[in-house]
Design a protein around this ligand. Sequence first.
Ligand SMILES: *Cc1c(COP(=O)(O)O)cnc(C)c1O
Length: 349
Amino acid sequence: MKKIEELVCPHILNMTPYASARSEFKGNANVFLDANENTIRTNYNRYPDPLQNDLKKAIEPLVELDATQIFLGNGSDEAIDLLLRIFCNSGKDAIITLPPTYGMYEVSACLNNIQVIEVPLELDYQPNVEGILAAQSERTKILFLCSPNNPTGNDFDVGKLQQLIEKFEGIVVVDEAYIHFSTQASCTRWIQKYPNLVVLQTFSKAWGMAGIRLGMALASPEIIALFNKVKPPYNVNVLTQKYALSQLQDWSTLKEDIVTILSERALLAKALSKLVFIEEIYPSASNFLLIKVTQADTIYQYLIEQGIIIRNRSKVILCDNCLRITIGTKVENEKLLAVLSSYSTLKIK
Ligand SMILES: *Cc1c(COP(=O)(O)O)cnc(C)c1O
């Protein structure tokens, strides 16, 4: 395993970060004339806390980590982009992804002029550990693992995850956007042990706050310090910090939501399995179902005509004729099922 400082881009290692007005002083003060704000106004006239200290304090017990191991971003998409900028030299380095997977790794890599080396999942949607290790080189700085994976919905095997974290020579990112729906333990338990591990989580899925844009990267203090060095100074706005803080107190309600979603998922899977055009319903550890059907494009279009939007993944590698369906409310799921039944009777006639 290489040292983190050997993996960081030299220009990032050597740069002087922006020093925001509020981060330069330490101590107590009550007159702030340092940031050219409109001092006559109240409420939202002030810049946010650049390091979101109060919010991180509230997150600490939830992730069982210290604030120094937490980076908060404008969605976890921001963390993905910053990781690429910290570790991959534009026009030279590469990342490894395991398609079919979340599209932002590739988009962000493209935007930063970083090559994407794809090592497709096996037919059972598990990582091809040997293939991944064989694909690594001096240039492959980051390996992106998504578990539970989007769009396949399954957990990656724990042994394979650990093997990859141990044997990959660069940074290993485990994107856990759907971890709250899974019975598998979070990889955050390995952060202490593996300094090259970065776990991404988000408030957009189980937490029900996609609208406020808040995600996190969880890693060693050394990696978090790099995030803090390169991030836009005020990347998480005051409204987001406030709202998140108020919602975090509500962990028990969130757990009830998850139970409801999981039971709806089971009901939906059972009802779908009775429809004639369904070829396969893949096991899910997430809040969506991936299904294989006879004619994905036709069914997708039919649903749109009936006002129901799902995700057509049929053009994606290993997902021939596959559709991805987010678990809705009971009413929404029933509507979906009614429309799909009407489709099957139409087709049978
Ligand atoms: C939805 C999702 C995210 C979330 O991104 P945010 O920017 O935090 O909303 C990240 N990774 C995966 C795999 C996702 O499906």
